[in-house]
Design a protein around this ligand. Structure first.
Ligand code: GLC
Ligand code: CA
Length: 557
């Protein structure tokens, strides 16, 4: 396989609103991020994705952009952004922005002009339809609940399409004039020196035409967006054009937020030679257990499920691309709370989970706070919740007959706020995130889970992540750990999650006991070199690894 510049990198996601506040207004900002670049460098980060910081009403926390060419004053200025790019460069850290182009904000000037003149140039940037006989154009349900259609302000007979929130009108990618505007904007940013983009919700840009109803899947008579997307073909024309016009000429790194891709799509999407994107996320385990009935119907992802999901993706992708591996992001609960069975998220278990996903074939991503083992945040009342998706799911659960306590329990488990609570820098007030009042409450466990304490402790989760990053980057093991393939070992063994990374000249075994009770596991070959373990004592006897609960080891065979 061809060597690619970013394959040996380690990537990190920042949720700017919650990372570091420099001016005491309770909101994280760009100067705050700049002040922490050395901490990221120390961890070994090379690529840094920032969730959106463009001008936005923050209805969906910045995923509703009102001006693609300006930084929201709450996050800083364009000078701050230029400084971040320059300071990043100095440290060998490439900055990646979020590209949100399925929709913009209803406060974007394009949308305002569309409202003024729905038949004019900007009206055609959106999907605006007539209400016929009092009926909405289709029965699609938006991702955040309710119909996808909303009255166009100032026009009683017209509605516009929004597959997310009503403050996020969808852009009409069928219109070449819209596409030109988007490409111009992307190139403007890349010319500034960005390393690339994370590409938001991109699978939604192609709608099935003409618009028709799909079978209703809940009592509300509506049909989930997936049913429409399933019938939408030809997205590749848009994605290929965007690659050719923007990403390829800049040799930019791109990672797509792509769900439900089919095996045959992998080469087109992330093929090494000419994929639409450099990489895309593996969401197989993220979506595991989701239900059409909302959070009330969701199933837990147990260790065996996690293993099956991850290995399925690895098999599907093979050498056809380089997938991006995560255990959490700003849309998910904390990985240690989701994938480690309840009550068992000890430091050992957190380190096991870290090792399992980090050494998979692909690009490892760390979401802010994950390197500290940050956990889900308890909620005691729905009024404490900010996430629009969680607020909707709470209503859906109540409507399905759940009690308030049960619905709140689900919110605590799945809310996106879990990942969005402020970063826990130290044990001082507000975890050192702000000197003011944080926009979202800090997780009360910051007194013992925080960066300062962990930086001083060689056995902390943070110190372990540093070792993992070093191992992943050690040129001596690049043959196996970067470019090598992945072969599961004993995939049928319950709560053993083990795999080989096989390069041309070396084989590395990752062997984990994904449960609290000890387990003996036979070794496939003698261990040449023990590279890492999450527990101080490693017992290898007569071809057997005697693994403690949640013990994992990485060894060269
Ligand atoms: C993506 C983002 C999410 C946002 C949605 C709409 O899924 O990650 O945070 O709500 O797109 O832009
Ligand atoms: Ca601030």
């Amino acid at each position: 396989m061809k060597k690619i510049w970013w394959h040996d990198k380690v990537a990190y996601q920042i949720y700017p609103k919650s990372f570091c506040d420099s001016n005491g207004d309770g909101i994280g900002d760009l100067p705050g991020i700049i002040s922490r670049l050395d901490a990221l460098k120390e961890l070994g980060i090379d690529l840094l994705w920032l969730s959106p910081i463009y001008v936005s009403p923050l209805a969906d926390q910045g995923y509703d952009i009102a001006d693609y060419y300006a930084i929201d004053p709450r996050f800083g200025t364009m000078e701050d952004m230029d400084r971040l790019i320059a300071e990043g460069k100095k440290r060998g850290i490439g900055i990646i922005m979020d590209l949100v182009v399925n929709h913009c904000s209803d406060e974007h000037e394009w949308f305002k002009k569309a409202c003024e003149d729905p038949d004019g140039r900007y009206g055609k940037f959106f999907y605006i339809k007539k209400i016929e006989n009092g009926k909405l154009p289709t029965n699609w349900r938006s991702y955040f609940g309710g119909p996808v259609w909303e009255k166009l302000p100032g026009h009683d007979d017209l509605v516009y399409l929004h597959v997310f929130h009503k403050k996020q009108p969808d852009l009409n990618w069928e219109n070449p004039e819209l596409r030109e505007e988007i490409y111009k904007m992307i190139n403007w940013w890349l010319d500034k020196g960005l390393a690339g983009f994370r590409i938001d919700a991109i699978i939604n840009i192609k709608k099935a035409l003409p618009f028709v109803d799909y079978p209703a899947d809940r009592d509300d008579g509506l049909s989930k967006i997936d049913n429409m997307l399933h019938e939408a073909h030809g997205i590749g024309d848009f994605l290929g054009e965007m690659r050719d016009r923007c990403f390829a000429p800049h040799n930019a790194f791109t990672v797509g937020e792509v769900f439900n891709e089919k095996e045959e799509d992998i080469p087109d999407f992330i093929g090494v030679e000419n994929g639409y994107f450099s990489s895309m996320y593996d969401f197989n385990e993220t979506i595991f257990g989701h239900s059409d009935d909302g959070w009330a119907g969701a199933k837990d992802c147990l260790p065996e499920d996690y293993k099956a999901c991850v290995f399925a993706t690895q098999k599907k992708v093979g050498f056809n691309g380089f997938i991006s591996n995560i255990i959490e992001n700003h849309d998910e609960p904390r990985g240690v709370s989701r994938y480690i069975p309840e009550g068992e998220a000890t430091d050992a278990a957190k380190k096991l989970l870290a090792t399992e996903y980090f050494l998979l074939r692909g690009l490892p991503w760390i979401y802010q706070g994950q390197e500290l083992g940050m956990e889900n945040c308890p909620v005691s009342d729905i009024s404490e919740v900010d996430d629009i998706s969680a607020l909707n799911e709470y209503k859906v659960a109540l409507a399905a007959g759940k009690t308030k306590a049960e619905a709140l329990h689900l919110v605590g488990k799945y809310s996106r706020d879990n990942a969005r609570t402020p970063y826990q820098w130290d044990a001082s007030a507000n975890a050192g995130f702000t000197t003011g009042k944080p926009w979202l409450p800090v997780n009360p466990n910051y007194k013992w889970i925080n960066r300062k304490a962990q930086a001083q402790d060689p056995d902390s989760v943070l110190s372990y992540y540093k070792k993992l990053v070093q191992l992943r980057k050690d040129p001596a093991y690049a043959d196996a750990l970067i470019e090598g393939g992945l072969i599961p070992y004993l995939p049928e063994r319950k709560n053993v999650m083990a795999y080989f990374r096989k390069g041309e000249s070396q084989t590395i075994l990752v062997l984990g006991n994904f449960q609290k009770d000890p387990q003996d596991v036979e070794l496939p070959a003698p261990v040449k070199n023990l590279l890492l373990s999450n527990l101080p004592e490693v017992v290898l006897e007569g071809g057997t690894a005697r693994l403690q609960g949640y013990q994992i080891l990485v060894a060269e065979l």
